[in-house]
Design a protein around this ligand. Structure first.
Ligand code: ADP
Ligand code: MG
Ligand code: MG
Length: 192
């Protein structure tokens, strides 16, 4: 979570620039504010188990981020954390299974599917790459980055960008970009 907060702070401007093209220019700020609040909450409550860390982080994102990405990323972390349970040791395959549940919960909450030009276009390929590579976060990172790049020619069907219709084509989705950033952080942190 600290690495994620640092990455989001570092990339805040780029995420906001992408959101200014097809949204309301707040995605970088939304996530920076959210992850700053996550770090404060973790510092205060100091949950021990990885699942509890993710669940608390998710709740905090939901309560501090007003934009769509708050409830969506919040649900991703909360559901992933819940799936991990209170076990102390988490290996890559357990995390993969939990993440799959988290991503499915995001799709349900946002009534979105692959190809709608959202964060799911990076999240689904990442989870599938974890399946196909016996849990390599490097493979997940590459798949998420390719998934984010593949949103450029898509027409948005969910979220604010969908109001633009055809004019959303030709821009990379901000949420898919931040999802790839989070998987890059996971790959660097887990080093596997
Ligand atoms: P807002 O659009 O409310 O300002 P953000 O700018 O923080 O929120 O986040 C926008 C991102 O949220 C989009 O780029 C997209 O990836 C994601 N998003 C928006 N709506 C949905 C949805 N229904 N399902 C999945 N992801 C979504
Ligand atoms: Mg926005
Ligand atoms: Mg907004």
């Amino acid at each position: 979570m600290s690495a994620a907060a640092a990455a989001v702070a570092r990339e805040e401007r780029r995420l906001t620039e992408l959101d200014s093209a097809i949204g309301d220019a707040d995605h970088g700020g939304n996530l920076r504010r959210g992850f700053t609040a996550v770090l404060a909450a973790l510092d205060e409550e100091k949950p021990a188990a990885p699942g509890a860390v993710l669940a608390l982080a998710g709740r905090r994102l939901i309560s501090t981020v007003g934009g769509a990405s708050g409830p969506l990323y919040g649900t991703l972390l909360r559901r992933t954390g819940k799936a991990l349970g209170d076990t102390a040791g988490v290996d890559v395959l357990r995390l993969r299974d939990a993440l799959r549940e988290g991503v499915d919960a995001v799709a349900r909450l946002g009534s979105a599917a692959r190809g709608d030009k959202t964060m799911l276009d990076a999240l689904y390929p990442a989870v599938e790459a974890l399946d196909g590579s016996a849990g390599s976060f490097r493979a997940a990172r590459t798949a998420a980055e390719e998934g984010a790049a593949a949103t450029v020619p898509m027409r948005a069907r969910r979220g604010r960008a969908s109001y633009l219709g055809e004019r959303s084509v030709g821009h990379q989705d901000p949420g898919a970009t931040s999802a790839a950033l989070l998987f890059a952080t996971l790959a660097e942190t887990a080093d596997t």
